[in-house]
Ligand binder design. Structure first.
Ligand code: RB5
Length: 147
């Protein structure tokens, strides 16, 4: 059975969303697109909420959220119980987001000029494993902050 990802975006990241969705499909993922597909203005907190609601229905490995910068939608996502949303700058940060932080959500910005392709960052994340151990207790501690 294919792995599943859900993606949501606002109007600031339509092209990036399509790039990511195509890339995940090429990596064998079934991708559910809940973002907007045109330039009509929407609110990124609504998109974060929509994506997270679908993610928590279960069966998804990953939630990807995109807005103009990735900042607003990642802040919104991290207000949602159970979400650990990373906003990686490069492939190193993307790998760490899995290995150390066990992130379940990645955010990117459609108006950001990244020094490495976003698709490489996604590969770095999905090809890594959470290391557990001392990182597990830190993640547990981090998640207790939401209560
Ligand atoms: C929308 O114009 C823009 O504010 C949004 O996409 C995002 O960049 C917010 O953080």
């Amino acid at each position: 059975m294919n792995k599943k990802a859900v993606i949501a975006n606002d109007h600031g990241a339509v092209d990036l969303k399509n790039l990511i969705a195509d890339h995940l499909a090429s990596r064998g993922y079934d991708v559910v697109n809940l973002g907007v597909d045109d330039q009509q203005s929407v609110d990124y907190p609504d998109m974060a909420n929509r994506g997270a609601k679908e993610f928590f229905k279960g069966g998804y490995e990953l939630l990807i959220l995109c807005c103009g910068t990735g900042i607003g939608i990642s802040i919104a996502a991290n207000k949602i119980h159970g979400i650990r949303c990373a906003l990686p700058q490069d492939t190193f940060a993307a790998r760490m987001a899995k290995e150390h932080n066990n992130a379940n959500c990645l955010a990117f910005g459609g108006r950001i000029s990244y020094k490495e392709p976003v698709t490489d960052m996604i590969d770095a994340f999905i090809d890594s494993e959470f290391e557990g151990g001392r990182h597990a207790s830190r993640v547990e501690k981090m998640m207790r902050l939401q209560n």
